[in-house]
Design a protein around this ligand. Structure first.
Ligand SMILES: Nc1nc2c(ncn2[C@@H]2O[C@H](COP(=O)(O)OP(=O)(O)O)[C@@H](O)[C@H]2O)c(=O)[nH]1
Ligand SMILES: [Mg+2]
Length: 453
């Protein structure tokens, strides 16, 4: 994710102290330039950014961290803000129709599912249509994704012309008052005339509100060139950058935003359905300079957290009654937030731990699996009150869950400690300091815990 880009900026910022001099500014800019180029940001963009910052700082009476950060923030926001829409925008007349375009394998079909899910979580009525008739398996792939997300799928293998299936889907979406219709299209290995014509035909057959180009982060600077060709041929309203999780350098996001001349609207951060994030320039900039983005995190959290449940859990934590049922429920809803690393990146100050933390896969992490096995072997009473667990009960649970006694004891102890800490934390503000101290002392232990699969 933004890991390496964020350290480019934060390392440069660290080089400037309050009331500092020209020399430290020079060092900071040199550091910034070097690391942005290393992160694969296009050299022209780097040059422009550096000279803009230099100019801003020339006007400053005192060079300080604050003015330096402000200059980075302003200029970066400028670069990332391209004329056009941001996030998802609804048409004045429903259904809003989105045409997904891009090369084969770029992530179109997956992204159709992610976007549909994104909209469904926001209570929209969504239909997707499979207009990739190039590969028969493509229709089935989208059908399965739709079933998984729980949204309406339109299409079948007997259509032989993508324009027809799209027309029929549009009619149905209009009649049945859908909010959004997303069209999945065929890709090719490289740009070709047939592909462009097919997209043009679909675009003129129905009311298309926006064309989203799915750009594969992994193809580096080629992505920018291909996007430009699509833009010239069919016109683009937005870019969705897929597979950003696999791109350790991250600079491609800045290159796309600054060079394609079409706003970057969303970023794909993993293979799962929840791994999609809005790209809002000022919020992304906050993350890039290490200040996090609590606003986006709150927004995401408010979508998945049931308010009543949240206050119930709060009450339990305060009383020290947070139990295993609550925990499992928590993990299940946490999964919907998406990629673990990108969540951490939204929390101010967390980015410094980022390099050490591996991505925790909540579904497949070994520890979560162990905890689930353990909970499944507990009775209802035991889940509600882990203090009931004496040795004979623990033996029974170990047998039932396939864990050994040591593992069972370890998990129970960890859970007890966590629960104690949460109670302390929730009832006593100064406890935050204690926890910080403890985390400082136990940082390495904690990091190795978090990073373990
Ligand atoms: N890691 C990762 N993989 C992705 C992402 N988006 C798509 N993929 C994977 O890329 C591959 C191709 O995706 P698909 O949607 O079939 O591409 P299409 O040919 O353009 O429709 C699949 O294996 C997806 O799971 C992403 O954001 N992150
Ligand atoms: Mg596809």
């Amino acid at each position: 994710m933004f890991g390496s880009l964020t350290s480019s900026f934060t390392n440069a910022i660290k080089k400037i102290k309050i009331y500092d001099d020209q020399q430290s500014l020079k060092n900071a800019l040199a550091e910034l330039k070097k690391s942005l180029l290393k992160a694969d940001v296009h050299h022209k963009v780097v040059k422009d950014l550096i000279s803009q910052i230099e100019e801003d700082m020339r006007d400053e009476e005192e060079i300080g961290q604050e003015s330096f950060v402000k200059s980075i923030r302003d200029n970066l926001t400028d670069i990332l803000s391209v004329d056009g829409k941001q996030g998802f925008v609804f048409a004045s007349k429903p259904p809003t129709v989105i045409l997904m375009a891009g090369l084969q394998g770029s992530g179109k079909t997956t992204t159709v599912g992610k976007l549909a899910n994104y909209l469904k979580m926001r209570k929209k009525k969504v239909m997707v249509v499979g207009a990739d008739l190039q590969r028969m398996a493509a229709v089935e792939q989208l059908r399965q994704i739709s079933a998984q997300v729980g949204i309406e799928f339109f299409g079948n293998e007997t259509y032989n012309n993508p324009v027809n299936v799209v027309k029929d889907a549009f009619k149905k979406a209009e009649n049945e008052l859908y909010d959004v219709l997303i069209v999945d299209t065929a890709g090719r290995l490289a740009i070709d005339v047939d592909l462009m014509n097919q997209l043009k035909n679909i675009k003129s057959a129905i009311k298309v509100d926006e064309v989203f180009y799915v750009a594969d982060s992994m193809t580096g600077h080629d992505t920018v060139r291909t996007a430009l060709t699509f833009k010239n041929e069919i016109g683009l309203d937005g870019v969705i950058l897929s597979k950003y999780d696999g791109d350790l350098k991250g600079g491609v996001a800045i290159s796309i935003a600054s060079q394609v001349g079409v706003p970057l609207r969303f970023i794909g951060t993993g293979e799962k359905i929840h791994d999609l994030e809005q790209f809002l320039p000022d919020r992304i900039v906050s993350r890039l300079i290490g200040e996090g983005d609590l606003e986006s995190l709150m927004e995401k959290t408010s979508l998945i957290v049931d308010k009543k449940k949240a206050s119930e859990i709060n009450r339990k934590i305060k009383k020290g009654q947070f139990n295993f049922n609550d925990f499992i429920e928590h993990v299940e809803s946490f999964k919907k937030l998406g990629d673990f690393k990108s969540i951490l990146g939204m929390i101010p100050g967390m980015n410094k731990y980022m390099d050490q933390i591996k991505n925790v896969d909540l579904e497949n992490s070994g520890e979560i699996k162990m905890i689930k096995a353990l909970v499944n072997s507990m009775t209802k009473k035991e889940r509600e009150n882990p203090d009931l667990l004496n040795n004979s009960r623990k033996r029974r649970i170990a047998q039932g869950s396939g864990l050994n006694q040591i593992e069972v004891n370890k998990i129970l102890k960890q859970f007890k400690n966590a629960s104690k800490m949460a109670k302390k934390f929730s009832t006593n503000k100064s406890a935050l300091k204690d926890i910080e101290k403890m985390m400082g002392a136990n940082k390495n232990a904690m990091l190795s815990q978090l990073g373990r699969k």
